[in-house]
Design a protein around this ligand. Structure first.
Ligand SMILES: [Zn+2]
Length: 227
């Protein structure tokens, strides 16, 4: 390796580092050091460090990696907009100025304030679709709740044991033995799972029937089934 570095062809800050290494020059702690390309991997950044790269873009080190400072403020603004949107009535014709507690609750559940929700629901009633709408809402809730329950039962089924280690108040480990036979218990859980699953299937049939009636209406309050 030639001892003479071609310093003048180097990027200024890279040269600065070379100087530092070769001549033991003190590296000023608060200086922004810029890098391009492969050199970046060699620099350890701490969360909160800011620096400017050779293109003049400013970066900040975040816990998950580096981020352009301009992108960062854009992202924060996007998050704020998103949160504002979640707390705002979706209706473009909304005239509600100050939301009540009920308004806020309805907005988070349905997207609309009381008045706008009433207008939307009136349209559904007027179309003679109220029953289908109710059926669709109720069965959709049943299905998502039912799937949660089944998941819990399945967990219980695989976790079930004849004996459990229980840590007592005094910190000692006690063995607790179930009186019921484990196979019997598992069979009961399995029967419950099957019962729930067939109820879910019934609910899915009802929901899909209601969806058939509602789908062409494109109601804002009705979104397509997910499961
Ligand atoms: Zn509204």
């Amino acid at each position: 390796m030639a001892k003479e570095f071609k310093k003048k062809y180097m990027h200024p800050t890279r040269r600065k580092l070379v100087d530092m290494v070769l001549h033991g020059q003190e590296y000023e702690k608060d200086t922004f050091v810029s890098f391009a390309g492969a050199d970046e991997a060699n620099v350890k950044r701490n969360v909160g460090d800011k620096w400017t790269d050779s293109n003049g873009d400013m970066w900040e080190q975040k816990e998950f990696g580096k981020m352009k400072v301009s992108d960062l403020s854009d992202t924060m603004q996007e998050v704020r907009n998103y949160l504002d949107k979640l707390n705002t009535c979706k209706s473009t014709k909304c005239k509600t100025i100050k939301y009540s507690r009920v308004d806020k609750k309805l907005i988070s559940k349905t997207g609309y304030c009381i008045k706008c929700l009433a207008i939307k629901e009136f349209q559904i009633k007027d179309d003679g679709m109220w029953e289908a709408y109710e059926t669709y809402k109720i069965t959709s809730n049943m299905i998502s709740h039912g799937l949660d329950v089944v998941a819990k039962f399945k967990q219980a089924y695989s976790d079930a044991k004849q004996e459990y280690e229980v840590v007592g108040e005094d910190g000692k480990i006690e063995m607790w033995r179930m009186e019921k036979d484990i196979d019997e218990l598992k069979a009961e859980i399995l029967a419950d799972i099957e019962r729930y699953e067939s109820e879910i299937q019934e609910a899915i049939k009802l929901r899909d029937g209601a969806w058939e009636l509602l789908k062409d209406k494109n109601y804002d309050l009705v979104t397509a089934p997910i499961n």
